[in-house]
Write a protein that binds this ligand. Sequence first.
Ligand code: IPM
Ligand code: MN
Length: 353
Amino acid sequence: MTRTIKLAVIPGDGIGVEVTEQANRVLDAVLAGGDVVLDRTEFKLGAERFLATGDTLPAAEQAAIAEHEAILFGAVGGVPGDPRLKNANIERGLLLKLRFDFEHYANVRPCALFPGVESTLKHPGEVDFVVVREGTEGPYAGNGGRLRAGTPNEVSTEVSVNTAFGIERIVRHAFSIAEQRDRKKLTWVHKTNVLVHSGATWQRIVETVAAEHPGIAVDYMHVDAATIHMVQNPAQFDVIVTDNLFGDILTDLAGAIGGGIGLAASGSINPDRTFPSMFEPVHGSAPDIAGQQKADPTAAILSAALMFDHLGLQAEGDRVRDAVRADLAARGTAARSTPEVGDAIIAAIAPRA
Ligand code: IPM
Ligand code: MN
């Protein structure tokens, strides 16, 4: 029987459009001749849309997106500092609004150094870990404000929100990922020496959940120390679970270690499946190279593989990753056009087993 998957596509701005095009081609190539078909709806959202219509994320469009099984997302945002985008609120009003409202509490970002890819590190060793970043709380929650703005007495607060509920659900999800992996190791990262309140709640919950997973070795690192460890010995990591902002910063670093941000994939996942999960490269819309078909679509393509996994299509996800692996082993990350990389990956896709 044919399975039809309703897929919302938000290519966004700049290179988001270019890399999403290639990810869609790869999705089609992997599914060709099988019994899964994609029923796509494209939503034109982002800085371009705001400039054309003044909309960031109209409620009716958000409701329509919610009716899909998954979201393939490119990247959004215009040129930083563009005065016309002053009130666009693209990050909070679009990207974070989707992540928050659709309960994307698990921001899952794998970092693997594929053969043929050069890391920024001289001796990276075997790099294969996944950062499980909390996606709905912490300093991202939007709890704060600005008083007396523009005066010498200006006061601004950005309060980090940490709920036991929110911490427990991300910690449980991270342990369940660690259980599925070979090395059975989980590192939780925080700043408990300074952020003593939220740190204590994280610690209590990690210890409680750890007790239910005796087969997982658990260790702890302060986030500043974690950056040193990630550079000096990334091979030690298997699963990292951390707060929203720490995870944001660590996954850019992880991107560099894994061969560059052009390869870094991400899933903003709702493990409870009450809303569609969203799959997006870690990189942004890169207005400086937009429209030139220069961007590496591999991150978007690997994000599409994470989408296959989430949809229960693990074999399809593996075929995408294997094709990416073959392409990188043969050609590395040498400069190629966006469609050339797409073509090479499509040519490397193995026939279905
Ligand atoms: C990311 C991005 C976003 C974030 C921005 C664009 C809001 O940096 O996906 O890592 O901070 O989460
Ligand atoms: Mn980021």
